[in-house]
Design a protein around this ligand. Structure first.
Ligand SMILES: [Zn+2]
Length: 128
């Protein structure tokens, strides 16, 4: 590829290939680290591709990698904060006898929040 100035965005299949290669060798603790590893590989192969942490995470999701999401306190999301899929809710009866959301999980990417801890604070990726 002729070198041009500026960053380029890799296509999904290119990025997924690189992310699969990374996760076959090791697990990764954060999406930021996953993006850095991917960007280092692009740089090493002489390409000017760059990806964001969120994009790297979506590529991991695309290849079916196991994603572990840590959560912290915050407002309940309408859809999965990890991938935008609809969330499955579990209810429990509270002290006033009303049904309250106890937990929400995403059937697609493995996000799970419970008891007010709804916001993702860290995405981890299991080795393939
Ligand atoms: Zn999700």
């Amino acid at each position: 590829m002729p070198s041009k100035q500026g960053k380029k965005i890799p296509k999904d299949d290119v990025l997924e290939f690189v992310v699969r290669d990374i996760l076959r060798q090791r697990s990764v603790d954060t999406q930021k680290e996953l993006a850095e590893l991917a960007n280092r590989r692009f740089a090493a192969s002489g390409s000017s591709f760059r990806v964001s942490p969120a994009r790297a995470r979506l590529a991991a999701l695309g290849i079916g990698a196991k994603i572990v999401i840590r959560t912290r306190k915050g407002e309940a999301p309408k859809r999965c904060p990890g991938c935008g899929h609809r969330l499955a809710k579990t209810f429990m009866r509270n002290l006033k006898g009303r049904d309250a959301v106890y937990a929400m999980r995403c059937p697609r990417c493995g996000y799970e929040g419970r008891l007010g801890h709804w916001l993702p604070s860290r995405y981890g990726f299991g080795r393939l």
